[in-house]
Write a protein that binds this ligand. Structure first.
Ligand code: HEC
Length: 125
């Protein structure tokens, strides 16, 4: 009985893992196998406007702009942007709508991912 349960659990896990892998396969940042929770949250919820590599799109600003360095936009401004959205004020892209459906862990993970990318790629001045 115990073995059967363990077996079922494993099958469940494998299914869950492969479902995630399939979702992320189109994203270049994840394609090298270094995917993290924050990275996949970013890819699914932010990249469409802020760019797959944080470089920005025609719908949103680059997250590598010096405007977003931690002394100007701290992590609380990220939490607030996700929860409440952002009225247009720095750029001509329009308002950012609130990003719905993220739990606290996902919010912290995506902020950590953006901060690590900002550090890795450096800010544009
Ligand atoms: C529908 C497009 C869109 C999506 C999706 C989006 N953003 Fe934005 N975001 C914007 C735009 C546009 C602005 C710029 C507003 C301005 O300052 O003019 C912005 C600004 C921001 C800011 C600056 C907030 C401030 O106080 O000025 C942060 C932080 C941010 N976004 C984080 C995120 C994160 C994290 C995600 C994903 C969880 C995300 N955004 C998803 C469009 C988007």
């Amino acid at each position: 009985m115990k073995t059967a349960m363990t077996h079922l659990l494993c099958v469940g896990l494998i299914l869950a893992v492969s479902a995630c892998a399939a979702d992320e396969s189109a994203d270049p940042l994840v394609a090298d196998g270094s995917g993290t929770l924050g990275q996949s949250v970013y890819a699914q919820n932010c990249a469409s406007c802020h760019g797959v590599n944080l470089e920005g799109t025609d719908k949103g600003p680059s997250q590598l702009s010096i405007v977003y360095e931690p002394n100007h936009h701290n992590d609380d401004s990220y939490r607030s942007a996700i929860a409440n959205g952002v009225p247009q004020h720095h750029w001509p892209f329009g308002d950012m709508p609130p990003v719905e459906g993220l739990n606290a862990e996902e919010v912290e993970a995506v902020i950590a991912f953006i901060r690590s990318e900002q550090e890795r790629q450096g800010f544009q001045r």
